[in-house]
Design a binder for this molecule. Sequence first.
Ligand code: DAK
Length: 264
Amino acid sequence: MDRSQLASNTKELLVEAEGPVGVITLNRPAALNALNHSIMEAMVEALEDFERAPSIRSIVIAGSAKAFAAGADIKEMEKATVAEMSRDPHLSRWDRVGKCPKPLIAAVSGFALGGGCELAMACDLIVASETAVFGQPEIMIGVIPGAGGTQRLTRIVGKTLAMEMILAGRRLSARGALAHGLVNRVVPVESFLDEAKKLAHEIAAQPPIAVRMAKEAVLKALDMDLDTGLAFERKLFYSLFDTEDQKEGMRAFMEKRAARFIGK
Ligand code: DAK
């Protein structure tokens, strides 16, 4: 996939493909990558481009070393009415990220606040730099999280810490985030992007249909009772025996060689 195929590439959102890994970089440094309508629009376009491209097998969403994103754009929201806030496509753009079927890896350094924290949590894995700071400070500006914060944060870190962060606006350091299972790993700031890409490449090397089903099954675990979840998992598991990649993966194991997955 070359850059010219990526219509979503704008000045404030840099979009490129590195082999099988799509990379989306927030680039609005003067506003600490605050997520305005146009960035969210470009983000959804980029995700849709990558979803359609069979060559793309995982996606990294990154900010800068200083800020992943300091939230939705407060300047855009300040004077908004209920009707404007709840109007599509604004609302559905935020939901769209969490519906991406391909694996999303957030590369977080610096501020991940409000909508920035929510964007990271809508991803499947988070690689954080030592300087990453997570928070849902919306209460301090008169609102509550509106893009999944009360739900995803609570599911990930539990009620106790979620309450502290959401009611008092307290922030969580990278180490705290690691201790509470909010991030997968904490790495030096110089290497957070490389580490996120490394993880993305590792996932991209796996059979894509199985990866998609695995993501779907894990996400379902969060909102299904155990028996229903186990039945769901079993169906997906059986269906993979219809793929060439399952035959190839098991044959390669028997022949003691690396598997060549083709996504069929
Ligand atoms: N929006 C707009 N501009 C922002 C911003 C934001 N969220 N965060 C920072 N900036 C801008 C600042 O206004 C400043 O711009 P200038 O004044 O230079 O023009 C520039 O970035 C640098 O910021 P500071 O001067 O404040 O830098 P500091 O290092 O002193 O402080 C900070 C950094 C991150 C602690 C501070 O900027 C801060 O507290 N920012 C706001 C954090 C915040 O409250 N975030 C939550 C916003 S509410 C929904 C979808 C999404 C959402 C809700 C609903 N639906 C679909 C329904 C999400 C809501 C939110 O995220």
